[in-house]
Design a binder for this molecule. Structure first.
Ligand code: GLN
Length: 491
């Protein structure tokens, strides 16, 4: 039988349609791969019984010619998405064994379209992090290693479980979320494709909130086409999320292979950082050349407020997080640590339930929102955010269709290597990705090459609001030129 785990979603869709294999066989092959890859710590909960039941049900539908666009495709779900009757923790001790009585809109749309759930994927606690080291379930291991080395590397974060599982062929695609880079940075670290849609494109209902004005759900997949297939099911208006936008969902897959001739691609000069590794710079130049060869026109652009994006993000995101996380008080969900008074119970629960990074964010957020500091920090950061957004609008007004940048300033690093002494070292990972969330724009990370140590590197394309289709067309050009990358199996 064909190798059932290394196919793309598009290939599996054909195989299922012409009855080369069943969804149950496909699902079993992935469940076996997950079992053999526990060393990666990508899944925090495996749901084999549910997966097989879903696969059997969809096989029956396929037999009657009734399957949806994702009929029979096994997926992994980031543990930030509420899944009905299946434990959802945001990888925080404070949620304990919380079992939601409801399903997130995004995942319910995937099941509506016939997908199969394999289990819940690891992530940084409350999606705060860039390395998946802050999870209460422990770090995720990147299936990629430096050539000739067996040092364990991070898969990036916060959607590290999603990226690691997709790269290691444990699931055909995964859901993820991106507040400052959490889809695109792990995708770049694992040679997978990650899409952060326009703010409002996917419903946030039923996703554990981190920073509500920045959070967006999106897919991680093994090809641009697969990401487009998943996006179509994930996107759409939801009356339960007032920030979700009522616009028709296009057939994103139709954008794959569309000509990019005549498109104007901006190269922002402010993204050329001092001390950026030569390999990253080279990859960026190469990417630009591929797009040019496909008929696009390259133009240098300026996004002058780029340097303020990271500091402003680390005010806005913690501020929103501190108010979103106020609900974890030991009363309504998960963990409760008793105390002599209700105040003491709150304190004990929060002290015990939140990890170091989450506590740091709550403290920063509470500080920047407090009377006397609000104007100096929070209000000013909001003004900077408006300027960042305007930088992009000015470029788009001049006819720029999309912007090409590196996805990350480096390749994957070792577990425990960064951020121990200085958290800012970790925050710098998001330097190319946070601007996109601050401006609410769509962004895609596509694998584009490797560094000298054999680790994958990605390129990012940033688009106009609700123009994900252009990103899929351009992403496909990069993918065709760069080829696909699979890690050598060692686990
Ligand atoms: N690394 C960033 C942070 O820690 C972004 C995380 C995310 O996108 N969820 O805030």
């Amino acid at each position: 039988m064909t190798d059932l785990i290394s196919m793309t979603i598009a290939e599996a869709r054909n195989g299922l349609a012409n009855k080369s294999f069943t969804s149950l066989e496909l699902t079993d092959a992935h469940l076996a791969a997950i079992e053999a890859a526990r060393a990666l710590n990508a899944f925090v909960l495996e749901t084999p019984d549910k997966a097989r039941a879903m696969a059997r049900a969809i096989d029956a539908k396929i037999a009657k010619g009734e399957g949806g666009p994702l009929a029979g495709i096994p997926l992994g779900i980031k543990d930030l998405f509420a899944t009905k009757d299946v434990r959802t923790t945001a990888c925080s001790k404070i949620l304990g064994n919380f079992v939601p009585p409801y399903e997130s809109t995004v995942t319910s749309q995937l099941w509506r379209d016939g997908a199969v759930m394999l289990g819940k994927l690891n992530n940084d606690e409350f999606a705060m992090g860039s390395s998946n080291e802050t999870s209460c379930f422990g770090p995720v291991v990147n299936p990629w290693r430096r050539e000739g080395s067996n040092t364990s590397l991070v898969p990036g974060g916060s959607s590290g479980g999603s990226a690691s599982a997709v790269a290691a062929l444990l699931c055909m695609g995964a859901t993820a979320t991106d507040t400052g880079g959490s889809i695109r940075q792990p995708a770049a670290f694992t040679a997978t494709v990650g899409v952060k849609p326009t703010y409002g494109r996917c419903s946030r209902w039923g996703i554990v909130a981190f920073a509500s004005s920045l959070d967006q759900a999106g897919p991680i997949a093994r090809s641009t086409r697969d990401a487009a297939i998943l996006m179509r099911s994930m996107a759409g208006h939801d009356p339960k999320d007032t920030t979700s936008v009522d616009r028709a969902v296009p057939d994103y897959e139709a954008a794959i292979g569309k000509s990019v001739k005549g498109m104007k691609i901006g190269i922002p000069k402010e993204y050329r950082l001092d001390g950026m590794p030569a390999e990253v710079e080279k990859l960026w130049t190469e990417g630009a050349a591929w797009l040019k060869a496909a008929g696009a026109e390259l133009v240098e652009i300026s996004l002058p407020h780029t340097k303020y994006a990271l500091p402003a993000y680390y005010i806005v995101a913690p501020a929103e997080a501190s108010s979103n996380l106020a609900r974890y008080d030991g009363v309504r969900y998960g963990l409760r640590v008793p105390g002599r008074s209700i105040g003491e119970m709150y304190e004990n629960t929060r002290a015990e339930g939140f990890g170091d990074e989450v506590r740091r964010r709550v403290m920063i957020g509470t500080y920047v929102l407090s009377a006397g500091y609000y104007d100096a920090y929070y209000l000013r950061a909001q003004k900077v955010r408006t300027l960042i957004k305007k930088d992009f609008e000015d470029c788009f007004a001049k006819g720029v269709n999309a912007i090409l940048t590196p996805a990350t300033p480096s390749a994957a690093f070792g577990i425990g290597e960064k951020g121990g002494a200085d958290p800012v070292e970790m925050y710098l990972n998001d330097i190319f990705t946070v601007t996109v969330n601050m401006a609410g724009l769509p962004g895609i990370a596509v694998p584009a090459g490797k560094d000298a140590q054999g680790l994958p590197l990605g390129l990012q394309l940033i688009g106009r609001p609700f123009d994900e289709e252009t990103l899929f067309s351009l992403g496909e050009v990069v993918e065709q030129a760069a080829g696909r990358f699979t890690p050598a199996r060692w686990w």
